[in-house]
Ligand binder design. Structure first.
Ligand code: ADP
Length: 628
């Protein structure tokens, strides 16, 4: 049964098959997450720094605009108090008479025109308008009871009356500045100047500044966006709402709350809000507020965040791109590192393989050198052995020759004894013929004696030549060698009288002449031995050129060679001949002489009987001439 390790079994097959793909997917996700985080961080940082810049700018803007609002309001502060200096005012208040009233009306009209205010009027202590700059207009305040107005109540009590409200008669919004007019050491009436502040709004609109001013009730009285006007900046409770409705300060305005769509507190007097803009679209703003000096009012500045958001988005994009580039760079560096590591590993492996190869080569070289030295030693040994063998062979050749001579000694003695006996008889006869005076007969006897002496000389010369030492090199004439061998074996041939058949042409062979003679003596001698007991005695000497060599066959019609003897023919000292007749060296020597000359000696057993020895020797050509 196959057994998997528990950890391998626990893995789902998909993960086992593609762990690399899974890893790449994970890395890609991580990279995307990192890029996203960088983008988000870039956005947040840019937003924070942008808001900081906007806050700084906003504070300066706020300060400037606050100053502008304050100076606009304060421009008219002195105006109601000025009326105290005008005698027509106190006169009318103290003695209300129509001529006094008309004079004051005219005066107020002129003053109002010069100061650029909306209306200038005077109230008596009951809060009734006694004179007004708009006395001659349809919506004149004259005779109107304004005692319910807070500015009147403040001014009557000797406090400066400040009030923003919507005129109950004209329905026109304005800023009311009231002053308690004194006469005879007491308040005798109230002077009121109504001014318009919409110049500020116009200035904001021109400068594209979004701002509003909220009064002590939290109602927006001035706003760059008219839609925000008369909205409450914080929720109004029912009591306040009722009180304000009753005072008619804002006429019949609903006083809805300026409810931001979203809001985020950023610090003291600083928040991020989403409001509907003039075009009805929701926009994000940085909202900053500060109280105005000498007044319970607040100026609020709205700085649009769209620009800054766009910048933050660009920065986020930049941060994400930079992060992606850094990741790509890291990836490239990692790839580079991997490639370098792979190259280094490959180089190291190559170097290792190289050094291993060098080590093996060195080992092999050492082995080869050792075996070379061994071979050289062996060659030297072989050469020595060969030299020793050659010496032994030479010795054997010599011994073989001497043995042949020994074997032939009887026939040599016979060869020499015969002419010697003839010499004795011929010389005695010659002496006798000389005594008788038969000189011719004596002369022919002496000539026969000379011929016999020549014959004996030839016998001894050939024996001497046969016994002489010879060497491997040389050249031989086949016919001469055959003749010399037959001559040496002359007496034995005479004895056996075989029918000799010569079937070869003259050939020049690459072997020493004497050695060839010796081989032929051995082979012919063995053949004569084999023919001795045979009734039919035939001896064939046949030869032919075969390729580079010459093959001479010495065949006899003897009894042949017994099968058990065949394997031992060329062994030294193997003989089947009795007593001193055989030495067992003839074939051994002949074969070794043939081999030394580059040839060979083989035996054949013809079917018709007898034996055939084939001597193969290289022929002599132009290229391989040998010289003694
Ligand atoms: P040896 O002639 O002194 O015996 P050789 O080496 O010449 O030594 O011959 C070895 C033996 O081979 C001989 O004893 C003989 O038995 C056998 N032999 C050689 N030549 C012939 C031949 N032509 N016919 C039969 N036997 C032969």
């Amino acid at each position: 049964m196959q057994c998997l390790s528990p950890s391998v079994r626990a893995l789902p097959p998909a993960l086992m098959v593609k762990p690399r793909l899974f890893r790449q997917l994970l890395l890609t996700l991580l990279a995307l997450l990192l890029i996203g985080t960088c983008g988000y961080a870039g956005y947040r940082l840019s937003e924070a720094s942008g808001i900081q810049t906007l806050t700084g700018n906003g504070e300066r803007q706020l300060e400037l605009n606050a100053r502008a609002v304050e100076s606009e309001i304060n421009r008219y502060t002195y105006l109601p108090s000025l009326l105290e200096l005008e005698s027509a005012v106190s006169r009318l208040l103290l003695t209300p008479a129509s001529q006094h009233r008309q004079r004051l009306n005219d005066y107020l009209e002129g003053l109002n025109r010069r100061s650029g205010s909306l209306a200038t009027y005077v109230l008596d202590l009951d809060g009734r308008v006694v004179a007004s700059s708009n006395w001659n207009q349809a919506d004149s305040y004259l005779g109107e009871d304004l005692s319910f107005r807070a500015y009147f109540q403040d001014a009557v009590r000797g406090r400066p009356g400040r009030f923003y409200g919507i005129g109950s008669t004209t329905g026109e919004p304005g800023y009311y500045l009231a002053h308690g007019l004194r006469g005879n050491g007491r308040v005798i009436g109230v002077a009121v100047v109504k001014v318009r502040l919409d110049a500020l709004e116009k200035r904001w609109a021109d400068a594209r500044v979004e701002a509003y001013v909220s009064d002590e009730n939290g109602i927006i009285i001035l706003a760059s966006d008219p839609a925000r006007r008369l909205k409450a900046v914080h929720p109004l409770d029912d009591a306040t709402r009722e009180r304000l409705a009753r005072s008619l300060q804002y006429h019949w305005a609903a006083l809805e709350e300026l409810q931001p769509l979203a809001r985020r507190e950023l610090g003291h007097g600083l928040e991020e809000v989403r409001l509907l803009a003039a075009d009805g679209q929701p926009r994000d703003y940085l909202r900053q507020s500060r109280p105005l000096a000498d007044s319970p009012w607040h100026l609020t500045l709205l700085t649009p965040l769209a620009e800054q958001r766009r910048a933050a988005s660009s920065h986020a994009m930049l941060a994400a791109v930079a992060c992606a580039l850094l990741l790509l760079l890291a990836l490239a560096l990692n790839q580079r590192r991997k490639v370098i590591a792979t190259r280094l590993a490959a180089r190291e492996a190559l170097e290792r393989a190289n050094s291993e190869l060098e080590r093996k080569i060195a080992e092999r070289t050492a082995d080869l050198q050792a075996s070379n030295t061994r071979l050289q030693d062996e060659v030297r040994e072989r050469q020595q052995t060969e030299a020793t063998l050659r010496q032994a062979q030479d010795g054997l050749v010599q011994a073989g020759k001497l043995a042949v001579i020994g074997q032939m000694s009887t026939s040599i003695a016979h060869e020499l004894n015969q002419p010697l006996a003839a010499l004795r008889t011929l010389s005695a006869n010659a002496a006798r013929f000389l005594e008788r005076g038969a000189l011719d007969t004596a002369g022919s006897n002496l000539q026969a004696i000379g011929e016999l002496v020549d014959r004996m000389g030839r016998i001894t010369a050939s024996l001497r030549a046969f016994a002489r030492r010879s060497d491997d090199r040389g050249q031989a004439s086949l016919e001469q060698a055959v003749d010399a061998a037959l001559f040496l074996l002359h007496s034995r041939i005479e004895q056996e009288r075989p029918s000799l058949q010569r079937q070869f042409a003259e050939a020049r062979l690459a072997i020493d002449q004497t050695r060839l003679e010796q081989i032929l003596v051995n082979l012919i001698s063995n053949a004569l031995d084999a023919l001795r007991e045979q009734p039919r005695r035939e001896l064939w000497l046949s030869g032919a050129v075969e390729g580079d060599s010459y093959q001479l066959e010495v065949r006899d019609s003897g009894a042949g060679i017994a099968p058990d003897v065949r394997a031992h023919l060329f062994e030294p000292f193997f003989t089947t001949k009795p007593g001193e007749k055989g030495l067992g060296l003839g074939l051994t020597l002949s074969a070794s002489l043939a081999a030394a000359a580059g040839g060979s000696l083989a035996v054949r057993h013809p079917e018709e009987g007898g034996s055939a020895f084939i001597l193969s020797l290289p022929t002599l050509r132009e290229g391989n001439h040998r010289h003694d």
